[in-house]
Design a protein around this ligand. Structure first.
Ligand code: HEM
Length: 398
């Protein structure tokens, strides 16, 4: 298999002899390769022994990759060894997950309402819009920027950089290489300029939280801070904007549900769950079988790459009554798998739900009686998909 670096025409070297730019690509490559090496939790549990899983066993953590002193690294490893024969290394997620817990996301609610209202307000006088270009595309970047602590006047810059960097996951990486690297360079420089003074005066944004982060004496390095900020920008932008456009498209095709939501905004949280189940913009998660696994009477040999089709699971008739029906009033709906599962479950799920909930409240109330005025073609169903355009007309004056 070619790795991203090879596809892009870059040399992937080991971490010992990296130039700064290659180091970033290498870090990214590590993330992508790691993604391919995840284990299907359900699959491994099929062969589980009578003991807690490695994720439940409350094992010590052991993080030394950020250190530059080998003696300190040996001290950290020895400390972990004293506590247990196995230690967990997934360090970055643990450090940032506090900021993404429900309370962390909640502190953004007021701002999220302000942003979506600002996008929808001008449209209510016109009575028509393209949901993709006029609302969804513009919505998540300001939220992530606010999360990171970037000032509002720079949000458009972030939007442009995100568009550049996300080409890394598209089909034309070789030609797009210079655009990707230029965008990434500019973002890095910007973040550098933002992080350095922030160290001297911490505030209540995520960057400050990350700088402050100190668990077991663990801190993020400067490079990790840069990488993580770029990752959040990437992971939290295209997902949410496509999911919002898809949700509005589907709701507009179910006017009874649209009206119900407009009259009962308290249903919005359940509506978001149902819409992400019914029209996901991510159809699966990739895993690798860590050992031979028997599933539905067949053997999946260790090492097999498996695409867990979460879209199929979301419409499993053994789990959902009438799975092909959109019903925002389902009571106690079973789990929905669009955010993945297990140790890599979407870190931004609370934030994404919050953004979609507030957006659907505002949109259904301020854009009544929606009518689609043209086709709503979707991107190919791979990676993050979603509608390219959702042209709507609606009644004005709300
Ligand atoms: C509707 C919007 C979203 C969808 C559908 C979505 C979906 C996903 C999926 C399927 C995964 C992989 C899970 C797995 O492999 O089991 C994931 C991972 C991730 N998501 Fe989201 N996501 C959304 C929004 C967000 C937002 C708003 C953020 C942050 C601002 C975010 C940050 C992340 C991160 C950091 C990971 C990697 C977690 C890890 O590997 O440990 N996502 N997301």
């Amino acid at each position: 298999m070619q790795n991203i670096g090879e596809l892009a025409g870059f040399t992937i070297a080991g971490p010992h002899n990296l130039r700064p730019r290659t180091a970033q690509i290498y870090a990214l490559r590590r993330m992508v390769v790691a993604a391919f090496h995840r284990i299907v939790d359900a699959m491994t549990s099929q062969t589980a022994l009578d003991c807690p899983s490695v994720f439940e066993a409350e094992l010590p953590t052991c993080a030394f990759e950020h250190l530059t002193d080998p003696f300190e690294a040996h001290r950290v490893i020895a400390e972990a060894r004293r506590q247990a024969p196995i230690a967990m290394g997934h360090r970055l997620r643990r450090l940032v997950s506090k900021a993404f817990a429900p309370r962390g996301a909640e502190r953004l609610r007021e701002l999220v309402v302000e942003i979506i209202t600002g996008l929808v307000d001008p449209l209510t006088a016109v009575g028509r819009c393209d949901v993709v270009t006029d609302i969804a595309r513009r919505y998540p970047t300001p939220v992530i920027c606010a999360l990171l602590g970037a000032p509002a006047e720079d949000w458009q810059l972030f939007s442009d950089w995100t568009d550049g960097i996300k080409k890394l996951f598209e089909w034309n990486v070789v030609d797009d290489g210079p655009v990707i690297l230029a965008a990434w360079d500019e973002l890095d420089t910007y973040l550098e300029d933002m992080i350095t003074p922030r160290r001297a005066s911490l505030s209540d944004d995520l960057i400050s939280d990350l700088i402050r982060c100190e668990e077991d004496g663990d801190r993020l390095t400067h490079d990790e801070l840069l990488m993580l900020s770029a990752t959040l920008l990437g992971a939290g932008t295209d997902t949410t904007r496509n999911q919002l456009a898809a949700a509005v498209q589907v709701l507009s095709a179910h006017p009874d549900q649209w009206d119900l939501l407009a009259e009962h905004p308290e249903l919005a949280t359940d509506a978001v769950h149902e819409l992400i189940r019914y029209c996901p913009v991510i159809f699966g998660s990739i895993r690798k079988a860590a050992e031979d696994v028997e599933l539905a009477g067949v053997r999946i040999p260790a090492g097999t790459i498996v695409a867990a089709n979460t879209a199929a699971a979301n419409r499993d008739p053994d789990v959902y009554d009438h799975p092909d029906r959109l019903d925002i009033t389902r009571e106690d709906p079973p789990a929905m798998l669009t955010f993945g599962g297990g140790v890599h479950y979407c870190l931004g799920s609370h934030l994404a739900r919050l953004e979609l909930t507030e957006a659907l409240r505002v949109i259904t109330q301020r854009m009544p009686n929606p009518r689609r005025t043209g086709p709503a073609p979707w991107k190919a169903i791979s990676g993050i998909t979603g509608p390219l355009s959702v042209p709507l007309e609606f009644d004005i004056g709300h």
